[in-house]
Design a protein around this ligand. Structure first.
Ligand SMILES: C[S@@+](CC[C@H](N)C(=O)[O-])C[C@H]1O[C@@H](n2cnc3c(N)ncnc32)[C@H](O)[C@@H]1O
Length: 300
């Protein structure tokens, strides 16, 4: 079935036309491209595969399959949402994170691939002694807490989160992954609700962006990730300063603090903050793009 030039980028052209997958993808790609989406072809595939309940590879193997009702209207709606620059993950409802499938939505920041490396380092830093206690500060979806609990099956994790909506989402993820026995989500302003607990490891991917940067970011981030997840104040370090100052009283002797930062000049500043707070063995690591982003320090 052919498409006119006018309909080439109009998702509504899909409705009632029972177009083959190949044509539906072509229209979806053109629609997303016209809206400035960065990877229009891949996103169109993800959306159509999601609507049809198929994997992307199964979709690729069936290019002549007709996209009929109700999938045509659902796909058109998903394209419209993506054209409004809503993140792909919000539309699909999930995001993969270290082999887990995590529910995502407007309640919390979509987990980023670089944070998988933060978890990797966290797992290396955990003491071998049985049953370590981990604090995940600013849990968001709970992705860090859940991944640590899954990959270190004797660990207990307290996931602390200021936003009630994000905490509820994190709890839903903990429950869906069957981790209620070892991951507890607590609504808390940093450590405030914690009482006298001391941990072996504190890990945090806190809000670290300077406030002025946020409006300049892609709409998927600036309009759809919660401000509370992004905004670190004038220099991006408001929350990190508080974490570094309060962490020593929340760690066991020999415990470690591990932070994700924006990288760049923040790394030197955060390293200096850690040393000033009494942390030793202050070390940096790079992200997937080779940028130094993660920093850890220990308490002797
Ligand atoms: C950058 S997001 C990280 C979310 C998640 N850990 C991840 O890596 O995807 C930072 C999180 O910290 C939370 N947050 C911000 N300020 C906080 C505070 N004072 N106490 C606890 N959580 C806070 C935000 O609501 C947000 O969920």
């Amino acid at each position: 079935m052919g498409t006119t030039l006018a309909s080439a980028a109009d998702p509504d052209a899909l409705i009632g036309a029972a177009m083959p997958v190949r044509t539906a993808l072509r229209i979806g790609t053109a629609a997303l491209q016209s809206a400035g989406v960065e990877s229009p072809a891949a996103d169109a595939e993800w959306l159509l595969a999601g609507v049809l309940g198929l994997s992307r590879s199964a979709l690729a193997l069936d290019p002549h399959r007709a996209v009929g009702a109700p999938h045509d209207a659902r796909y058109a709606l998903a394209l419209r949402r993506r054209m409004d620059r809503e993140p792909l993950q919000h539309i699909l409802g999930t995001q993969a994170f270290r082999g887990l499938t995590v529910r995502v939505g407007p309640e919390a920041m979509v987990p980023r691939p670089e944070t998988e490396l933060l978890v990797e380092w966290a797992l290396e830093l955990l003491p071998r002694a049985p049953a370590p206690l981990v604090l995940d500060l600013g849990a968001g979806t709970g992705c860090i807490a859940c991944a640590i609990a899954v990959e270190r099956d004797d660990a207990t994790v307290l996931a602390l989160e200021l936003s009630p909506a994000a905490a509820a989402l994190a709890r839903a993820n903990v429950g869906a992954l069957g981790l209620d026995a070892r991951v507890t989500v607590v609504e808390s302003d940093l450590f405030a609700a914690l009482g006298g607990v001391r941990a072996d490891l504190i890990v945090a991917n806190p809000p670290y962006l300077p406030s002025v940067v946020i409006p300049t970011l892609a709409p998927e981030v600036s309009r759809f990730d919660p401000q509370l997840a992004l905004d670190g104040g004038d220099d991006g370090l408001d929350v990190i300063r508080r974490i570094v100052a309060e962490a020593p009283a929340r760690l066991k002797q020999g415990g470690m603090l591990l932070l994700e930062t924006a990288g760049g000049s923040q790394m030197g500043t955060v390293g200096a903050l850690l040393e000033a707070a009494g942390f030793t063995r202050v070390t940096a690591r790079r992200d997937l793009a080779g940028v130094e982003r993660f920093v850890a320090g220990g308490l002797d």
